[in-house]
Write a protein that binds this ligand. Structure first.
Ligand code: GLC
Ligand code: GLC
Length: 815
């Protein structure tokens, strides 16, 4: 069952009924000011950091589910009836309803009581504010007297403190109402230099800033007393719960329309220019006034909206494909790329499953995310790489998380996740391949953000790899540390107390438990490092890296191969995990994906054997589960993985991040049909038809789909913020469609379904527009390339002369 449809031309998903199985959300903002917005106008806003600069309140895990948002109430003043044009929170029936989630904007339109209301929500580029542009149209044959009420609930900035430190917070709230603008200035009198404002384009009939005055005692957002009465109370909040609500009365003739613009924004003042007059406690509004004035003008709103469109056109224009499959096209051209940008902006901080007060940015997460956005925003990718590398420890290790506001490593979580360092090499390799900007390797970068500790980035990469070699276990495999990619495989933490951290309470010395996954990852990135060194004419390093890769491969075959698949790990007792010898957890997906991606067994049939085992034991119609058999009980020596009920999360859930590794592996052995089949099983657009089961948004990947051991097999959770976005983007565009940036140029090496006659693509790469057409001439994946009419050896298109801006490329496959 569907709850809407894709509008591919407009790059929108159109939700056509408000009662989706879960709130289906979108993100506003691309730079510093961000918002989450659901299909019923739920959500919240923040500046840069979802915890420390939260503008508006949102109550997670509430009932009803999605409360707190950007609410507008309409009231017919003739009969006193009122409704929410976004359905929530009043939830009275609407005659028509659509919510269009687009690139950085959301438009909710509805008709009720013969009044059409369309609200366009977005954040203008370069500004720290959001616009709600409401267009009201009277569809009646007679005039209508309508009251419009806006409503937001302010958060007292630190979202964690806001929801817990009630004894203080009920006494700190402060507001101003000046020249019809609502200002929220809690704590501005002391250490904060920022405030929020909420303005409206129309003359006000009233306003409210005290929540209980607006709602009325014991009432909820579904029936505010002020809306019911049709009269604001002009309340000024002193403590308690500051809100912002405007009241506008509109008189519309039959067929007439009016635009009402609301703007909600964040503003900082210089420390010594906070107050006006200086000896007062009144906000200095000199800098903010012109901004407010500008965006209350419809023509400026329109211009800002079209600039936002241009921004996304440019980003998405870097790669556009036209394949025989519509789900592939819309994910690659629009939604998967968009989700990659959202992971760039949000990491794992704020979604409807991430509360914005939890994690900083993951080191491995951010490095992997980069693979999905580097082609769209290479300059910002460069900056991200340098920021991440500057938190690196001198021994090559990494802080598991870093804080975006301070750009420093997070001491609470610390380091010791032994896969972390290796991902930096993969990210830098991806950056170099995309941009050819080798100067990044010379950039002086600090360790642990310490002045004077700088070395070139190149050395950071070397230290990252040395970190693994310095930590080998009894079988010469890399020691796992707190965890590797699988955060929940905690072999050195025997956690037996409720609430104790599974990862950071380390009570084993970590000298035994080893990871085959890290070994595979090491081979993959060491080969990349060898290529990087070769480019830098560092022959010694190249040779060293190739030897190291070879040695690790030998070790994997000796201790990491189980006969029909790759093993997963050795635990603290030296027992194998992910082997026929195990009762549960016999086979894991991660080592199959990463080892074969690194090239192991591709030539001698063992990769195929491992992938056949994946198909046999792990694949389901809803995607490939993480391991089998699921852990039926909690195992002290395995940790969090076995804390989840079977079929969920890392305990045999379909952890979507890992599925593309298998797709990539399948393309390595040339099985395009298999690779694409796996791609389709978790493709959100393809799953749109089963939305009642899948539950999450059909336009973005979730982190997890419940596995076959779960009672709700096929049900998705944790949409939006997941490494799934970048990895699927890599798998489909680089491995299946085979358009892959390499150090020496763009490679075209598709491994597509046998039934496809071909496809077309436009790829902007190092300043050149590649117009690519792929045609199948026969079976198999052999490629012959013709570039500008001339045939070219191999699969990599040589970089053209500087003045060349466009290249026509034909690739013939199956010859
Ligand atoms: C989460 C984490 C990621 C980890 C994965 C598997 O997505 O953000 O770092 O690799 O879970 O545990
Ligand atoms: C939990 C999740 C896992 C995630 C980790 C991040 O363990 O199950 O997916 O990686 O938290 O700390």
């Amino acid at each position: 069952m569907k709850y809407g449809h894709f509008d591919d031309a407009a790059r929108e998903y159109v939700v056509t009924r408000p009662d989706t199985p879960l709130p289906w959300i979108n993100y506003l903002g691309c730079e510093a000011y961000f918002g989450l917005i659901s299909n019923t106008a739920g959500g919240y806003s923040f500046y840069k950091d979802a915890r420390l600069r939260r503008l508006t309140r949102y109550r997670y895990n509430n009932a009803p589910y999605d409360i707190g948002g950007r609410y507008i109430y309409l009231r017919d003043n003739a009969d006193g009836k009122f409704w929410s044009p976004s359905w929530m929170p009043v939830r009275s029936a609407l005659d028509e309803y659509t919510c269009r989630h687009g690139m950085g904007y959301t438009i909710i339109r509805s008709v009720s009581h013969q009044i059409e209301a369309e609200t366009r929500y977005f954040v203008p580029m370069g500004e720290n504010l959001e616009i709600w542009e409401l267009t009201l149209t009277n569809l009646r044959e007679k005039t209508a007297d309508i009251s419009v009420f806006s409503a937001v609930e302010f958060c007292l900035w630190d979202a964690l403190d806001d929801s817990t430190n009630i004894q203080r917070n009920f006494s700190t709230g402060q507001m101003e109402f000046v020249e019809e603008v609502i200002y929220h200035k809690t704590e501005y009198r002391e250490r904060r230099d920022h405030f929020a404002y909420f303005a409206c384009s129309e003359k006000l009939a009233g306003f409210d800033t005290q929540r209980e005055a607006f709602l009325g005692a014991y009432r909820g957002w579904d029936s505010p007393a002020v809306v019911e009465a049709g009269e604001s109370t002009d309340s000024i909040a002193h403590g308690w719960q500051p809100i912002g609500s405007h009241h506008v009365k509109v008189h519309l003739k039959a067929g007439e329309s009016i635009k009402v613009i609301f703007i909600l924004g964040y503003q900082e003042n210089l420390k010594d220019a906070k107050f006006d007059p200086p000896d007062s406690q009144t906000i200095n509004k000199k800098t903010v006034k012109p901004i407010i004035a500008k965006y209350l003008q419809p023509k400026n709103v329109e211009a800002a909206f079209s600039a936002l469109r241009d921004y996304w056109d440019e980003l998405l224009g870097k790669l556009q494909v036209n394949t025989p499959d519509e789900h592939t096209n819309r994910m690659v051209n629009v939604w998967n790329a968009y989700q990659c940008m959202i992971t760039f902006n949000m990491s794992r901080s704020a979604s409807y499953f991430e509360s914005g007060i939890g994690r900083g940015m993951g080191y491995r997460d951010s490095n992997q995310d980069l693979l999905g956005f580097v082609h769209m925003i290479p300059e910002r990718a460069r900056e991200r790489i340098l920021d991440l590398a500057a938190t690196q420890l001198k021994n090559g290790g990494a802080y598991h998380q870093f804080q975006p506001l301070t750009k420093r490593g997070n001491n609470d979580v610390g380091s010791g996740f032994n896969d972390d360092p290796a991902w930096l090499v993969l990210a830098v390799a991806a950056y170099l391949k995309e941009t050819g900007d080798w100067t990044i390797l010379d950039a002086p970068v600090q360790y642990e953000n310490e002045a004077g500790s700088e070395t070139p980035l190149y050395e950071h990469l070397q230290r990252s790899l040395q970190y693994t070699i310095d930590r080998l276990g009894p079988n010469d495999l890399p020691l796992i540390g707190r965890a590797d990619w699988n955060d929940c495989l905690n072999l050195n933490c025997f956690s037996d107390t409720p609430g104790q951290s599974f990862q950071t309470t380390t009570n084993k010395d970590g000298k035994v438990a080893e990871s085959v996954f890290i070994a595979g990852l090491y081979v993959l990135v060491t080969k990349e490092m060898a290529e990087i060194a070769r480019h830098c004419q560092d022959g010694r390093e190249t040779a060293k890296m190739l030897r190291a890769a070879e040695q690790m491969e030998e070790t994997i075959w000796k201790s990491g191969w189980d006969g029909e698949w790759f093993r997963r790990a050795y635990d603290d007792f030296g027992h194998v995990l992910g082997s026929k010898e195990n009762k549960e957890g016999q086979i894991f997906i991660e080592p199959q994906g990463i080892c074969i991606w690194a090239g192991l067994g591709v030539e001698d049939g063992r990769a195929q054997k491992a992938l056949d085992s994946v198909a046999l034991y792990l694949a389901t119609p809803h995607g490939i589960v993480l391991q089998q058999p699921a852990f039926s009980q909690y195992y002290l020596h395995l940790g969090e993985i076995s804390s989840y009920p079977p079929g969920y999360k890392e305990n045999a859930g379909i952890f979507c991040h890992t599925n593309p590794w298998i797709m990539i592996a399948e393309t390595k052995i040339g099985r395009g049909d298999r690779a694409f089949d796996y791609y389709m099983r978790i493709n959100p657009s393809k799953r749109e038809d089963i939305s009642e089961l899948h539950k999450c948004e059909p336009y973005v990947y979730p982190q997890m789909i419940a596995g076959k051991d779960a009672p709700t097999h096929g049900e998705a959770k944790n949409s939006w913020l997941s490494g799934t976005a970048a990895m699927n983007f890599v798998a489909i565009t680089q491995s299946i469609l085979g358009i892959q940036p390499q150090f020496d140029g763009l490679e075209i090496k598709p491994v597509i379904p046998s039934s496809w006659k071909g496809f077309e693509a436009v790829r902007l790469f190092r300043g050149v527009r590649y117009e690519i057409s792929v045609s199948r001439k026969g079976v198999g994946n052999n490629v012959s390339l013709v570039v500008e009419g001339k045939s070219v050896q191999g699969t990599i298109i040589p970089l053209p002369a500087r003045n060349v801006k466009t290249l026509k490329v034909s690739a013939f496959i199956g010859l």
